[in-house]
Design a protein around this ligand. Structure first.
Ligand SMILES: *Cc1c(COP(=O)(O)O)cnc(C)c1O
Length: 483
């Protein structure tokens, strides 16, 4: 499709500016640019068509099913957007005095209180801008805690091999050495291996739960006990709280800190790299180390800021992505005490419903009830027909369905990780199951067709490495082509 610069024609415009009725001001040449900016000149209708065409080529939850595992591409209720667009929230300035932004501080205060209740924590920071940033902040809490006790020997973080990929990366970024622990035959943490891995150098454990296999670790209490007995702290990767909110709390399972992905579980649109929020909650004994400032309620009932006694400082400018918190608070308040656990229950039901429809046809990595997502392994299919997980994923695009997460978790070969979410109807799930079964039939009769999929999308199979490493982001006017 043509770029805006290619559609541009001199003199076209999409607005009518009235004649100037004030004296023209003049500026010193030192602040004027030497040549006019090369902005595209285009009429309103062509501009509208350009963006509509772009939107039609994009897949999103508003267009079709989006079962991207570990990403919780649920529907985001419109009321969240309406609240986030209220001028009192959208038009504030982060340097405004606290007295003039009381409503915003109350949002942060209330959201902290409710999310602490949901996670079983005592305090929370909203500074981290995403999940991995939250992990990093939580690990700094652990480091500051050990340092405050003069315990410099605790340099290792234990990460099970079923953890999200960001966990070992964040632990390394936070200055720890990562110790990997294998999974047992049921997909949980191998307790014997865990017992062998802990010692006086253990700073803590990072557990993704439900893990990337979509399973809730049945030994979770024993896991946190082993870590605590060794003197370490327990970190809960709660990015996927969608499966457990309102049913089980990390704080009750023995975890000392946790991060949430508001842009997954608590319903903020994501996927296009938009603003996220990865708040970190902790137990009271870690609160003194939380990032500064924190919102507090003063004796007269008004809201202000406080600096935690041994704060790690800032991990981000100002107060994090505030409007994401507004959406999360709206979501929690509209669902309420009854709706929050119901959403989780539906997410788990939908995942199990779809898994059941497919099992017997597709191989499941673990043949047991799942939480909010399940993982298929297409190893046998690939050996028998040559059709890979990638081929199946690409074929789904021809059915108007976004592919599941591919080749993750790494411990499952030819993996497809499917997360339907609670906001999908039985009809949508039936339709997806039919598409996957049709693809399976095709794999047996015409594998070459699937190797070439998708056949009905704007583009087929781009060179994904080149697209990621050398993205074309600028228009080259000299050669009038993309550079
Ligand atoms: C998505 C996810 C993360 C990372 O969150 P980002 O916001 O992408 O940084 C971490 N852990 C788990 C389990 C996740 O699903």
């Amino acid at each position: 499709m043509k770029l805006l610069f290619e559609r541009s024609r001199p003199g076209r415009q999409e607005c009518l500016i009235p004649a100037c009725d004030v004296p023209a001001a003049s500026f010193s040449p030192s602040v004027l640019r030497a040549s006019a900016p090369r902005l595209p000149e285009i009429s309103e209708i062509d501009l509208g068509r350009h963006y509509t065409e772009l939107a039609l080529q994009t897949h999103g939850v508003n267009k079709g099913f989006y079962p991207l595992g570990s990403c919780t591409m649920k529907y985001n209720p419109r009321i969240n957007e309406e609240m986030a667009a209220l001028p009192g929230f959208a038009d504030i300035h982060p340097l405004q005095p606290a007295e003039s932004a009381q409503g915003c501080l109350e949002v942060l205060f209330d959201a902290e209180r409710l999310l602490c209740e949901i996670t079983g924590m005592d305090g929370m920071t909203f500074q981290p801008a995403a999940g991995a940033h939250g992990e990093y902040t939580g690990l700094l809490l652990i480091r500051h805690y050990h340092q405050s006790r003069g315990d410099a020997a605790r340099t290792k973080i234990i990460v099970p091999d079923s953890a999200h990929g960001t966990n070992p990366a964040s632990a390394t970024m936070a200055g720890f050495t990562v110790v990997s622990v294998p999974s047992n035959e049921k997909g949980g943490v191998d307790l014997e291996a865990l017992r062998k891995a802990v010692g006086p150098d253990t700073a803590g454990l990072m557990l993704t739960n439900p893990n990337t296999l979509g399973l809730f670790d049945e030994n979770i209490l024993e896991i946190t006990r082993i870590i605590h007995e060794a003197g370490g702290l327990c970190y809960y990767d709660g990015a996927n709280l969608n499966a457990v909110m309102g049913h089980a709390r990390p704080g009750d399972m023995g975890f000392d800190c946790v991060h949430l992905n508001l842009h997954k579980t608590f319903s903020t649109p994501h996927g296009g790299g938009g603003p996220g929020s990865g708040p970190v909650g902790c137990k009271a004994f870690l609160e003194p180390f939380l990032p500064s400032p924190r919102v507090c309620r003063k004796e007269d009932g008004s809201f202000g800021f406080a600096t935690p006694e041994h704060t790690m400082g800032r991990v981000r400018s100002f107060y994090g992505n505030f409007l994401v918190v507004v959406r999360a608070l709206t979501y929690i308040l509209t669902l309420g005490r009854k709706g929050i656990p119901e959403a989780s229950a539906m997410a788990v039901l939908n995942a199990n419903y779809l898994m059941k429809k497919l099992s017997g046809h597709y191989d499941m990595a673990y043949d047991t009830l799942c939480m909010h997502e399940f993982v298929m392994t297409l190893e046998k299919l690939k050996n028998e027909t040559g059709v890979s997980a990638m081929d199946v994923a690409k074929s789904l695009l021809d059915y108007g369905i976004h592919p599941p997460t591919m080749y993750f978790p790494l411990i499952v070969h030819e993996a497809l990780m499917v997360e339907p979410t609670e906001t999908e109807s039985p009809e949508t799930l039936d339709n997806a199951a039919e598409a996957l079964l049709a693809i399976l039939d095709k794999a047996k009769t015409d594998p070459a067709y699937l190797h070439g999929a998708p056949h009905r999308c704007p583009i087929g199979r781009p060179d994904e490495v080149r697209a990621a490493r050398t993205p074309v982001l600028r228009y080259d006017f000299e050669t009038a082509k993309e550079e």
